[in-house]
Structures are given as C-alpha cells and as structure tokens.
Design a protein around this ligand. Sequence first.
Ligand SMILES: Cc1cc2nc3c(=O)[nH]c(=O)nc-3n(C[C@H](O)[C@H](O)[C@H](O)COP(=O)(O)OP(=O)(O)OC[C@H]3O[C@@H](n4cnc5c(N)ncnc54)[C@H](O)[C@@H]3O)c2cc1C
Length: 350
Amino acid sequence: VGLELGVRADEIDVVARTVTLSDHRVLPYDALVLATGSRARTLPGFEGDRVHVLRSLADAERIAPRLVAGTHLAILGAGFVGCEVAAVAAERGLSVTVLEPAPTVLGRVLAPEIGQAMQAIHAEHGVDLRTGVMVTSMRETADGLELVTDSGEVVACDELLVGVGSIPNAELAEAAGIEVDGGIVTDAFGRTSAPDVYAIGDVASRFHPGHGRHLRVEHHDTAMRHGQHLARTLTGEPAAFTEEPYFWSHQYDHQVQCVGGHYVGDGEAVVRGSVEDRSFSAFVLEDGRIRALVALDRPRDLLQTRKLLAVPHEVTAEQLADETFDLKSLMPQRERPPREQRARRERATA
Ligand SMILES: Cc1cc2nc3c(=O)[nH]c(=O)nc-3n(C[C@H](O)[C@H](O)[C@H](O)COP(=O)(O)OP(=O)(O)OC[C@H]3O[C@@H](n4cnc5c(N)ncnc54)[C@H](O)[C@@H]3O)c2cc1C
C-alpha cells in the first residue's frame, strides 16, 4: 500500500480513469475508492477566534486549551458532538449552555425516551440545555460573544462550539459527473454511477436492501465495515452490504448505543427496562420483527439485538417489554452458539 500524505485528490476523470493530485501528478486507476468522509458544517456569520467546530485532531487541539474551569461555553446543536463536548466541558468545571432548535436532544436519531433521559442527565451535571431555541446571529463583544435567539434573547459566552452536523466531502465526485444526492450515491455493493468507482464511509449514500432506501451513515463502525466489505468485493467476492448501522456515544458515565439506524417505517416503540433507573432499551418493532434499538446502559440488549437483526426472528411487544424474557431464545436454533447449545443439553440431561 502506497501512502501519500500532504496531497489532495483534486480531480477525477472517469473516462480517462485518472486522478489529478494537488501536486499536479496524474494517477491512473483500474478501480477508484472514494473515502473522503465529511466535514463539520459551519454557519455563516458564526466565525472568529472564539468559534469552534470539532471534526479533526487539529480542531480538538484548538478547543482543548479553551476548556478551562470558569469559562462559559455555549454550544449550538444538541447532537452527538454537542452533547459529548457539553459533558466533557461540564466535568472540567465550565459553565455550559446548549442551544437546540428541536424540541428534544438527539431528536434526529434517538427514541424520545432516551433523548429525555439524556437531557435530564445533562441538567443534573449543571448543563443549561435549552431546546426549542434557534440562535439567529452572533456578535463579538470586548471580552466574548453574544448570541441572539429568534425570540430576541441574548446569551453571552466566552467560547462557542458549533455542532450542527456534517457535510459529505462529495464535491470531487460531483465535479466528475458521479451521482451525488446528499452523499455519493452507491448501490448495495458500494458502486457509484461511474464504472469502477466506489464510495465508502461517511461520504457514501449507500442503498441498504434491509431498509429499502439509501442510507448515509456517519459512524465509525459502518465506515470500517464498508472498507472491509469493499475490499472483499474488489478481490472477487462481491456481496451486498446488509449490515445494520451501529453506533455509540459516551456522555458522563453513560453509554448510548444504537443499532438499526434511523429506521423509518410503521414500527411500534417498545421500552424494556426502567426509564426512571436510566437503564433501558427502546425497540422499534414492526411486523413481529425488531427493526432498530436504542439502548441506555444496556450493552447486553444491544449485543443480542445486533445478532437478531441479522437473522429471521419473530417477537411480540409483550415479550420485548418483559425483562425476564430472554432475547437469546429468539435466535434460530442453528444460529445459537454451540456453547449455549451444550449448556442447554447439559441442563436437559440433569
Ligand atoms: C468529534 C467526533 C466524534 C465522533 N464520535 C463517534 C463515536 O463515538 N462513534 C461513532 O461511531 N462515530 C463517531 N464519529 C464519526 C466517525 O468519526 C466517522 O463516521 C468516521 O471517521 C468516518 O470515516 P471515513 O473514513 O468515512 O471518513 P473520515 O474519517 O472523515 O476520513 C476521510 C479522509 O479523507 C481525506 N480527504 C478528504 N478529501 C480528500 C481529497 N480530496 N483527497 C484526499 N483525501 C481527502 C480527509 O482528510 C480524511 O483523512 C465521530 C466524529 C466526530 C467528528
């Protein structure tokens, strides 16, 4: 593997099958994989030394020395980046205000129960997390910033993190005439509209047969698996990518995990565990099948559900809600691990 650091791919010619680099070299290819990721979305008018985004190591190194106890940090957006930075900053003794236009935190991706629980956890750590608030402009003052909301309220802060999502780095593909629609469009194998050009990871909007639509997943596990999967395809074992999106987030000493992605369908929400005790799983159940799960501090439910999503199974809402019901028993007989089969046989013999 040849690694070229400090150069960008500037242009793709899908007819000549070449890539032009920023140092003007032209590389021919037989197959081309676009794994250009995404970048933090910025907001016009929200710029300056005290305004930050978090995407790269350089971003992190710029922000870290500013996270000093006593500083007032404002965060635009209560998505994963906003919430994780809020948690770290609150633990470092900063005063933190999060401003989110949506009615709940992490509303785009999580079940409302989990969003509400996370909101309460942030409040307990002293984070002033305000939902339903749209910040429309920013002005610099002698010693900080002032944010103005759509209701005319002014929020003063020392530093500002803009955590309002990401933009796929798809311009290179688009300029080459490759189909882009909220990401580089691919089929289930990772093939783009141009011959022998593939896209993986955050930049790819890949067709997922299980969801029946294109998904652009911006999570580590999917990026990694796309890469492994495409390597198999390119070396002669093509197979459609059917794995369910999986991601996690650590905030304070809590772990949120999700499998099944942003499932959209006519699913029924079923909660297992205790919302009050902050240990619960919210399932999406459709036609007797689990389609997705978001779990707060329930790694075992997550692990089992991840296995179930890959196999045929049938379950009712009552079973899912019943803590004594063993999710493992839903696995088809042949899919169960031999160790468990052995243990069952031994129990039956005894
Ligand atoms: C702060 C933060 C926290 C995160 N936490 C989690 C988490 O807890 N769990 C989780 O699942 N995911 C998390 N993610 C998401 C995860 O990091 C991404 O899904 C993952 O990095 C995507 O991998 P990728 O290879 O597709 O893209 P990237 O990691 O973005 O890599 C793309 C690479 O392409 C390079 N590139 C771009 N344009 C060009 C060009 N023209 N020529 C050459 N090279 C180019 C870029 O420099 C970069 O090195 C987090 C992301 C951020 C920003």
